[in-house]
Ligand binder design. Structure first.
Ligand code: PSU
Ligand code: MN
Length: 307
């Protein structure tokens, strides 16, 4: 077996990579497991528009019939969105079986990073990354996203991580793995729905150009692995800290009561929070993803200039 048999890159994305044009990778678990239909499809298509508007080429990634597909068509995005939870959520450990058996899969941050790097894409925009779950001391539930950051050379723009996770432990883990956490125009790590988390980023960088330079330096130094760029939700869309905290606590409590574990945990919590906040959290989620697509485009453009 050869890699080529499992990897399909759309002609547009292939051409852009060949010519050194800026490309922004986008994930698909957020489409099938992170948001309800049809908002998920609408958001995914808008994210692609935003990337184009700012001068980069979007490459939404998923597994289609066993092929890691980099640069989905609008029809494929619609299909994944409509299928929703029926599509397998594919993180690193799931990839071999899903590919070998020609199945469909939605890619998490970990597998989207991996696919992006196979295709030669350096920048990826998402909503929030996975991390160390609360009570990981006993459950050992640590997202494979974090180890991917240790191994795969892709820069990921996100809005931090949700406080469904233990944010402090997530930062400790990233430090151990040598992954820089950079704040875009912020000293504080954002916590997805809010700009506030109570934790500091490692470095505040204020321009896409400085971020691109730091990532280039990481590569030049032979320091394998990615970089987290934390981009706060725009203030006008940020949620009230007490309100969202209460709802996150309730969602986490319910997941424990129901005995939800493993890969079901994150989608369960995302869905529960959306229901508890009557869709308000969904609107914030959509807006922060748009903002991340914008900043990722700026960084991709800077990286393409530096060659
Ligand atoms: N966090 C979010 N929204 C998401 C996810 C995480 O706020 O959609 C998704 C991402 O695809 C991420 C995955 O990579 O969940 C992490 O899942 P797990 O914790 O099972 O590794
Ligand atoms: Mn997990």
């Amino acid at each position: 077996m050869k890699l080529e048999q499992f990897l399909v890159v759309s002609p547009e994305v292939q051409q852009a990579i060949k010519e050194g044009k800026p490309v922004v990778a986008l994930e698909s678990t957020i489409i099938s497991h992170g948001m309800p239909y049809p908002k998920n499809v609408e958001t995914a298509l808008n994210v692609e528009k935003i990337v184009r508007k700012h001068g980069a080429i979007p490459a939404t990634i998923a597994i289609i019939k066993g092929k890691i597909t980099v640069g989905l068509s609008p029809e494929e995005i619609e299909y994944l969105g409509k299928e929703g939870l029926k599509v397998t959520k594919v993180s690193r450990r799931d990839l071999p079986v899903i590919c070998a058996l020609n199945k469909d899969g939605a890619t998490t941050v970990a597998t989207t990073m991996y696919a992006a790097s196979l295709a030669g894409i350096k920048v990826f925009a998402t909503g929030g990354i996975g991390g160390v779950h609360r009570n990981a001391q006993t459950t050992m539930d640590i997202s494979a996203d974090l180890d991917e950051f240790a191994m795969t050379n892709v820069l990921v723009v996100c809005a931090g991580c949700k406080s469904i996770l233990d944010i402090g432990l997530t930062l400790e883990y990233l430090e151990t793995k040598g992954v820089p956490v950079v704040g875009y125009q912020t000293e504080e790590l954002p916590a997805f729905y809010t700009t506030h988390s109570g934790f500091k980023v490692d470095y505040r960088l204020d321009t896409a150009s400085d971020i691109a330079k730091a990532f280039d330096a990481k590569m030049a130094l032979g320091l394998h692995g990615g970089m987290v760029v934390a981009n706060p939700i725009p203030q006008e869309y940020a949620m009230d800290l007490n309100y969202i905290t209460e709802n996150i606590e309730a969602a986490v409590k319910e997941s424990v009561t129901l005995g939800i574990t493993g890969k079901e945990t994150t989608p369960f919590l995302l869905d529960k929070i959306q229901k508890l906040t009557a869709g308000k959290s969904l609107e914030a989620n959509i807006q922060l993803v748009y903002n991340n697509a914008f900043v990722a485009s700026l960084i991709a453009i800077e990286l393409s200039k530096q060659g």
